[in-house]
Design a binder for this molecule. Sequence first.
Ligand code: S3P
Length: 448
Amino acid sequence: MSRTEQIKPAPLDVHASPRPLSGDIAVPGDKSISHRALMFAGLAQGTTRIVGLLEGEDVLRTADAMRALGADIRREGRDWVVDGRGIGSLDEPADVLDMGNSGTAARLLCGILASHDMTAVMTGDGSLRKRPMRRVTGPLAECGATFLTRSGDRLPLAVRGAAQARPISYRLPVASAQVKSALLLAGLNASGLTRIEEPVATRDHTENMLRHFGVPVDVTPLEGGGCAISVQGPARLAARDVIVPGDPSSAAFPIAAALLVPGSSILLRGVGLNPLRTGLLQTLREMGADLRLENERVEGGEPVGDLRVTAGTLTAVDVPPERAPSMIDEYPVLAVVCAAANGRSRLRGLAELRVKESDRLSATAALLEANGVSVTIEGDDLLVSGCGGPPPGGGSVATHMDHRLAMSAVVMGLAARQPVHVDDLGFVDTSFPGFVRLMNGLGAGIGA
Ligand code: S3P
């Protein structure tokens, strides 16, 4: 049994917020950047100090895996300090690597293992063991690695890494930063040029952080859109301190709650504003949301700012499919916001939601339906008929080991007329430890 499966289910009834939300908060560190910081620091030569690391279960799994590969990782005060092993000098893990609930940890780690001459076995919890791994194991085999997976290319898997890895050249068939990153990571220990074509831009934290650790990354626009990203291997990463910005995907939940609970006004400090992550903010603005950015700055190579959110009336939105990569994790909570808006929203091109921590497309539809909101799935689009104010609520939400569904259900409860029953809040700790405490600090009264 995976560690995350040992967490006891934590059901909860969430009532409408007893008062407007107000106050000033900082959300935890960015999950994508935190995974990468630990991995890259572990692959670097020298000592890296990480400020603001997300201490969520997902990221702690990455820390354990990098320790198993020989990196020394410890908490010093509020920072994390990593003594890296250097590319090509990793230890073969002595035991199975348990990646818990985290697809990012599992897939990026496959990239590291594929180009190292060792054998490793990887598993995850019940959610992760259902998720497709072929999207990484397929192209990674090109470097000379061999993967043995369960039927349907699922975890647990065993990988025999290449003794002398070849560089990979690959065009991404799905817009996935995880796949892009896995291939670039493999390329760091391959001889020659690894080149990935990305038809639609996805989050570029890997590219940014590789440069931060001194590895040149070339990005060339492609005719007809998209770009080609390449790295020359073997590469050497030089340890550099990392500052992790607040996670915009976590910020999405207090932002949504503040928009929906009448009279609310909150300030979120230090939210990451990487342009490949800000699709939700753009969409909410199109709905008429009052969002004001203050104090925009660059910290640790990533743009950040403070965001003032004020409640107000929202109108329906039509979100184009090409925006999906820049807000892929935000659709469940956006759907909750749409449920309270005026008019019918259409969120287009959501096929990838079917292979997240749960089938988020049908689970999001079920969340809304259970709470009296009319919703339809048409092909890969989600259509939500807004209630023009608080949704009825009163439903019971199955969260399917999915942290973002759980937090979306909490936002629904805070905004709805009748309490919402959430079957399990336990998985919230994978990405947003302290979520309930932080929301209650704003006045949400969850569990009171
Ligand atoms: C992530 C990329 C996204 C996202 C996930 C984190 C990353 O997945 O959903 O939560 O850190 O690269 P895909 O790249 O598979 O879309």
